[in-house]
Design a protein around this ligand. Structure first.
Ligand code: ADP
Ligand code: MG
Length: 449
């Protein structure tokens, strides 16, 4: 893994590359039903269109997020910036979306598996880089085990290149060859090597890349003529956010930096409307009858493909509908997951904890900061999870498949719409929540069956 570049900085020295370790991964590839894998790819361009449509629909976002904004300060602040930039008028007509739609394989009563979307990440979707490096590790392991034929069946996968092609297209349409691409990065950058994979693809195309934090933007970023964005004297064509998706990313100065970026002429990946389109409240509203049809008029087949991936999603808005849903979840908590408007793993509530929290807030508007979702119950399979400094042991595991989506729109015209690769993450069944960065899931490679 070290040889192939499946790397992460350490928790002890999260911002130094003097000491690195391997990113966690499974010893063996995990079986994934071929039909579901293909279904997930086949719906990705539809999801790209859907996210893009939502981001352009001010009324839908306003109406859908109205109850959330009242009780969730983070969503409210994002929404305020969204409103502010629309009032001023957008300085850029090129839009770049990079997302990852995540799924689990739900086991039905007849034992057959079904593809169920967990969520779609419309900002800072990670691991497009490291996942392609994990593939040769798994090929090698299979060969060591005498399974050369099986090794040759693992599918090629390089989503980082597809992400870079999207960024490069947006950079080109910006139309200023001396302008740079800015990766907006977090204070703590343990996952830098994943980002460098995308960055390298851009340098290979002779596109300059800089890495900056919100505080750098606050201190040294400025808007010039036509609201062009300048950072340390360099014009910025594209801002690619790997930051800014959770409240802890922001203090007052960072909020001001975010507003500056959103007001600018630079292409934002994502713009703030697209970030809002990825909220869990939006996901829940999409499952209401008629909503997809109204967002994607005249695209009945796309609507059907999208809807086929939805799990049961329920609103906890105030009123009799929400009262009934809350009572249903309290009576049978193991059937559901309670989700706040947060990203990054570790925020959801399950089982007894779900019941207790919901019992406490069932009569208060606080409940509207959550959505309720059917719990997906995949068939576990044994694997070994390799994590630095952890003992190696056989675990019963479940996997989550992510498909990357990339699109570029110029005005009304989609000039790119792709599904350039996938990510498989696997965790032990006893962990209800959490991704790779949260230290729960590990990198995996699908073996189609
Ligand atoms: P986040 O934005 O924090 O990543 P997710 O919706 O992806 O939020 O949930 C985090 C994790 O919780 C997922 O990776 C998955 O392991 C688990 N999870 C989320 N929703 C469900 C569900 N409906 N059924 C089973 N597990 C779920
Ligand atoms: Mg997630």
């Amino acid at each position: 893994a070290l040889l192939e570049g499946v790397l992460m900085r350490t928790a002890g020295e999260p911002n130094a590359s003097d000491v690195v370790n391997y990113a966690p991964f499974t010893l063996l590839p995990s079986a994934v039903p071929r039909a579901l894998f293909q279904q997930a790819y086949a719906v990705q361009q539809d999801f790209n269109l859907l996210v893009d449509a939502i981001s352009q629909n001010k009324e839908f976002l306003e109406h859908t997020l109205a109850s959330t904004i009242k009780v969730d300060d983070f969503t409210a602040r994002l929404f305020r910036i969204h409103t502010q930039v629309l009032e001023e008028g957008l300085a850029q007509s090129v839009f770049l979306g990079i997302n990852r739609s995540d799924y689990m394989f739900d086991r039905g009563p007849d034992g057959a598996a079904a593809l169920r979307q967990i969520e779609i990440n419309t900002i800072a979707a990670s691991f497009a880089g490291l996942t392609s490096h994990t593939l040769p590790v798994h090929q090698r392991v299979l060969k060591v085990l005498g399974k050369s034929k099986e090794a040759s069946h693992l599918l090629p996968n390089n989503p980082a290149k597809g992400l870079a092609l999207g960024i490069a297209k947006a950079w080109e349409l910006y139309g200023s060859p001396s302008a740079v691409v800015m990766f907006l990065v977090e204070e703590v950058q343990r996952n830098i090597f994943d980002q460098r994979c995308v960055e390298n693809e851009l340098w290979n195309r002779n596109i300059r890349v800089i890495r900056r934090r919100f505080r750098d933007v606050f201190a040294r970023g400025s808007l010039g003529e036509d609201r062009r964005l300048y950072m340390d004297g360099q014009e910025v064509a594209v801002v690619y956010y790997r930051e800014g998706y959770v409240p802890k990313n922001y203090d007052q100065q960072n909020w001001e930096a975010r507003l500056l970026l959103e007001r600018s002429r630079a292409v934002k990946c994502p713009d703030i409307a697209t970030q809002l389109a990825g909220t869990k409240k939006v996901q829940q509203e999409l499952s209401r009858p008629g909503t997809l049809e109204s967002l994607l008029p005249g695209r009945a087949e796309a609507v059907a493909r999208i809807r086929a991936t939805f799990a049961g999603l329920y609103s906890l808005d105030m009123g009799t509908e929400g009262d009934k849903i809350a009572a249903m979840a309290i009576a049978d908590p193991d059937r559901f997951v309670l989700k706040p408007q947060r990203e990054g793993g570790g925020n959801n509530l399950y089982g007894e904890e779900l019941r207790q929290v919901l019992e406490k807030i069932r009569g208060s508007p606080e409940r509207t900061s959550y959505i309720l979702m059917d719990k997906i119950k995949p068939q576990p399979a044994p694997n070994y999870l390799l994590r630095a400094h952890s003992p190696l042991q056989l675990s019963e595991c479940i996997s989550e498949l992510g498909i990357f989506g990339v699109y570029v729109r110029q005005g009304k015209e989609m000039v790119m719409n792709t599904a350039p690769g996938h990510l498989l993450r696997t965790k032990a069944v006893e962990h209800a929540d959490g991704g790779v960065a949260a230290g729960v899931a590990v990198l995996d490679t699908p073996y189609l069956v």
